[in-house]
Design a protein around this ligand. Sequence first.
Ligand code: ATR
Length: 270
Amino acid sequence: MINSNTSLYAVIGNPVFHSMSPVMHNSAFQYVGYDGVYTAFTVTDIESAVTGIRALGIRGVSVTIPHKVSVMKYLDDVDCAARAIGAVNTIINRDQMLIGYNSDGLGAVRALEEHTSLRGKTVAILGAGGAARAIGHAVMAEGGHVTLFNRTAEAGKKLAADLGADFCPLSDNRRLNCQVLINTTPVGMIPETEAMPIRAQWLEKDMIVMDIVYHPLKTRLLREAQRRGCITIDGLSMFVYQGAFQFELWTGKKAPVEVMRKAVLQELTS
Ligand code: ATR
């Protein structure tokens, strides 16, 4: 029951109408009996929105496109991993102190660590955008050895240098030579569901293959990987685990990951 003690949470971004965060977090709040409610705000003026978070005492916020970078300068503090990544997607309001975090990379790492420890593992990351930056940083923080594969050499080399990772052009016709493969490019997303970011022959048995695309949930990359005996992790897992990090930060309670995943799946298929 929402009452005058209920804590307010929200996602801010533009657009936010398609966001699955409200359904995911409200199911989790309800499941653990936490007195909170999570909504969505379309925000164009990020500075005013942050003033509003303080003024209204909103307890926690998810930040999405296009504000993940620009929001940083209005916060009181930014956690060192988020600072290194250069983007914030999570805010906690601690007694009027707004602190920024980045849960994207942590979400990916947690999804992977359900299957394996990353320490000492060779990890190939496809792409060199914001998602690759967050995931690359988190994987390296866990002791993984990262090689970035990107279509455009310039962007790939730049991110690899920032992370201290290796770089290889995506067009190089060579084996990936990795134990873990993570696709952060949009290749395979609806409507081009037959597209694949790499050649299927590059997939080898026992690789762990993760795709951050979740439209469709089972991308061609994951289907081909499964056929070759790889362990596969879909894009929903990263989304749910980044949400689990937010939930735990905000409530101090263990996130009901399965409940969150089910809520998002239901939303996706309704
Ligand atoms: P995000 O911030 O969500 O990670 P992004 O910044 O648009 O998204 O990055 C998308 C990544 O996917 C880029 O590395 C892009 O490669 P380029 O640097 O060459 O542009 C990669 N990408 C997008 N479409 C691609 C395609 N058709 N084939 C291969 N890589 C692609």
